[in-house]
Design a protein around this ligand. Structure first.
Ligand SMILES: [Zn+2]
Length: 681
């Protein structure tokens, strides 16, 4: 986890040295003297750093000037700092002798230095880090994101969660095309540069952490030299899945189709294998019609879902070939393509910090990229070019997972409504050349042509109690230097998952000329996509407010605003977000070691209580309703007949019994009230 590697100490005046930064996350490094002014105020816990580093003077509670201290940057440049100071990073941790390094775009906490200064202990697990003081009391915690431990509960995070201030990761502008093209190799970028003048290949050999984290070595399957002689002559097909996390639209599998001649690849997301036969038939019918070539051979594995298509193959004159069991080399082309697509998809997921359920968009976007970069298997040609006989248009390619603003053109808007939504870019909607974006406020998927991109910025995912949120940079950053990419007034929200499914994923259905409709389309349809957000809340987090960065020369100005939790978090214990009580219960009682489902169950037990008496139940509408239902049922079944009490008979009483019935996932199915006779007296 060492972000800073040790190196030769540089001559200084003995105050402090920062180790040689030989490796840093490309996505979090930016040269502030350049065009990427965005700064990180997240704190990385680094066991390899010998000193704390902070990139913004606004965090310092006190600082002083010292003799210049030289520090080596990732790009090899040596910069100096002459400011050292103290920072109250949380209510319980104060960092001493922090180096002010405006050229860094992240902040480092030296684990060894905090241990020395505060006499505390760090414990690291695979996902978390705990900091305890000498009395074994927890004074802080960290969470691992992409291999780095980030301190939780810092002042800035509290502000971010409450919308006061925002944050992000930035990528160097010189690496933009590397990120746009799904972390494609330098060699491929250079090939593309010969074809596209606007593609920049970064000269600086930066170290991209995402490439290392996401990419897997190539498979060693034998390369076969044989190749089909024309497009669509031979198609390779395979199904992948099930993936443990379904997409927001319930997809668990994908069908991959590779054209042997062009190596063009199509991905079709599937909810289950039962969809395979109809999707293959539709694909073959459409592509023969669209490309004017006939499918002659189909090569695929032995899955039973392919076998049921025998009649269809015969009627089309298609010869289908199977690969032998346990010899995937037979299907080596599909396998290799699969590794390639998953490598890119993994990189896209890593750089975007998206929750796993958005894997479908990453896979579709990686195929979009794979089809548009040179392929070794066809001697450096581009699959798209071989299939379509023209160069692909890369002008709309954007960095997957980057921040974007989708314009809200709505007739029903008032003058002071926001004119854009903060979103995360999820890919291109082929055909209409629309952009697919995830609305950060309500987690809806939007397709729009009217989008402004902040491609160098990724939002940071913060997870609390299985809820996730993005930290987004403030409105005022960057807006000046990115021009709007599209000016058409065409936007739609795709609330209907089936519509989205049909519109988005399949390439062959994606290349008709864009329809330049000008109506705002179905934008004002009511939102009804519960599957999109999977959230137990429907409130909208507060919009981050405009907070200009203080000038570096002015000492710290603390905000006087009182922080307030977003309403959707009021039901949760958010220990890192509030510091109002000296002994928050979350420090002593924790659900952290429980599985998510068991934790949900325990929490639901705390909130839903079965009443013990009629008096208690009658105060709640859910119980009065269920009692009425029970009375109606008794009446309908003629359970009783009202008679005069015979002499000498002692009547027995009755009693209400209340039960909450739960579904398998612990959510409430119904409230059940039963009227029972007290048979025991
Ligand atoms: Zn990379």
């Amino acid at each position: 986890m060492s972000l800073l590697k040790s190196s030769t100490k540089l001559a200084g005046e003995g105050t402090s040295q920062v180790n040689n930064v030989t490796k840093c996350i490309a996505s979090s490094y930016s040269d502030k003297q350049g065009t990427t002014p965005n700064s990180l105020d997240t704190w990385i816990l680094d066991s390899g750093a010998t000193y704390h580093v902070c990139d913004s003077l606004s965090f310092f509670t006190a600082y002083r000037e010292v003799h210049a201290i030289p520090v080596k940057l990732p790009n090899g440049n040596i910069v100096t700092t002459n400011i050292v100071g103290d920072i109250n990073i949380t209510s319980q941790i104060t960092l001493k002798n922090v180096l002010y390094m405006p050229h860094f775009s992240f902040n480092l906490i030296s684990v060894s230095r905090v241990s020395q200064d505060l006499g505390c202990v760090f414990a690291f697990t695979d996902t978390l880090c705990f900091i305890q003081n000498s009395m074994q009391k927890m004074i802080g915690s960290g969470r691992m994101i992409n291999g780095l431990y980030y301190l939780e509960g810092t002042q800035s995070q509290v502000e971010i969660q409450t919308g006061k201030q925002c944050n992000s990761l930035a990528i160097p502008k010189t690496a933009l095309w590397h990120f746009r093209l799904g972390h494609t190799s330098h060699k491929r970028l250079e090939l593309l540069q010969k074809l596209y003048q606007n593609i920049e290949v970064n000269k600086v050999d930066f170290c991209c952490d995402i490439c290392h984290l996401a990419k897997q070595r190539k498979l060693s399957y034998e390369l076969s030299n044989s190749r089909a002689s024309s497009c669509l002559e031979l198609l390779h097909m395979d199904i992948w899945g099930p993936f443990s996390t379904p997409t927001p639209h319930g997809h668990k599998y994908f069908l991959k189709i590779v054209d042997d001649f062009s190596r063009f690849t199509w991905i079709i997301l599937l909810k289950g294998k039962f969809e395979t036969t109809s999707k293959i038939q539709n694909f073959i019918l459409f592509s023969e019609e669209h490309f004017g070539h006939k499918v002659r051979y189909l090569r695929r594995d032995n899955g039973p879902e392919f076998l049921s298509l025998s009649k269809f193959y015969i009627s089309k004159g298609i010869l289908h070939q199977t690969s032998y069991v346990n010899t995937p080399q037979q299907n080596g082309r599909v396998e290799r393509k699969h590794q390639c697509i998953l490598n890119i998809a993994r990189a896209l997921m890593t750089q975007s910090h998206l929750p796993p359920r958005y894997w479908g968009y990453a896979v579709l976007h990686s195929v979009f990229i794979v089809n548009r970069v040179p392929s070794n298997a066809i001697k450096g040609q581009i699959p798209f070019t071989v299939l379509h006989n023209k160069l692909p248009d890369l002008s709309q390619l954007k960095v997957f997972g980057s921040l974007c603003y989708v314009s809200t053109q709505d007739n029903h808007m008032s003058k002071f409504d926001h004119r854009a939504k903060k979103c995360v870019y999820l890919g291109i909607k082929p055909g209409m050349k629309g952009y697919v974006a995830l609305d950060l406020h309500n987690h809806e998927i939007i397709v729009s042509r009217n989008v402004i991109f902040e491609e160098t910025i990724f939002c940071i995912l913060i997870i609390h109690q299985n809820l996730w949120e993005y930290m987004v940079p403030p409105n005022d950053i960057h807006s000046s230097h990115i021009a709007p990419n599209t000016t058409t007034n065409d936007q739609e929200t795709t609330n209907n998952p089936s519509t989205r499914q049909n519109n988005f994923p399949i390439e062959p259905f994606s290349h008709p000329e864009p329809s330049h409709t000008t109506s705002p389309s179905n934008h004002d349809q009511p939102s009804n996509s519960p599957t999109d957000c999977n959230q137990s809340h429907d409130s909208i987090p507060p919009t981050p407010t405009h907070s200009p960065e203080p000038s570096p020369t002015i000492p710290l100005r603390k905000s006087t605003r009182t922080s307030k939790l977003p309403s959707h978090l009021l039901d949760y214990h958010c220990n890192s977000m509030t510091h109002t009580t000296p002994y928050p219960i979350s420090h002593f009682v924790s659900h952290d070691n429980l599985s998510p489902s068991y934790s949900t169950f325990c929490l639901s037990l705390l909130t839903d209580k079965e009443p013990e008496s009629y008096a208690e139940a009658s105060k709640h509408e859910c119980w009065t309703k269920s009692m009425q239902t029970e009375l109606n049922a008794l009446a309908n079944n003629n359970t009783w007949v009202i008679v005069d009490l015979p002499e000498g008979v002692k009547p027995i009483g009755s009693k209400w019994v209340y039960k909450i019935k739960r579904k398998a996932d612990d959510t409430i199915d119904r409230y059940k009230a039963r009227l029972v006779a007290k048979g025991y007296n």
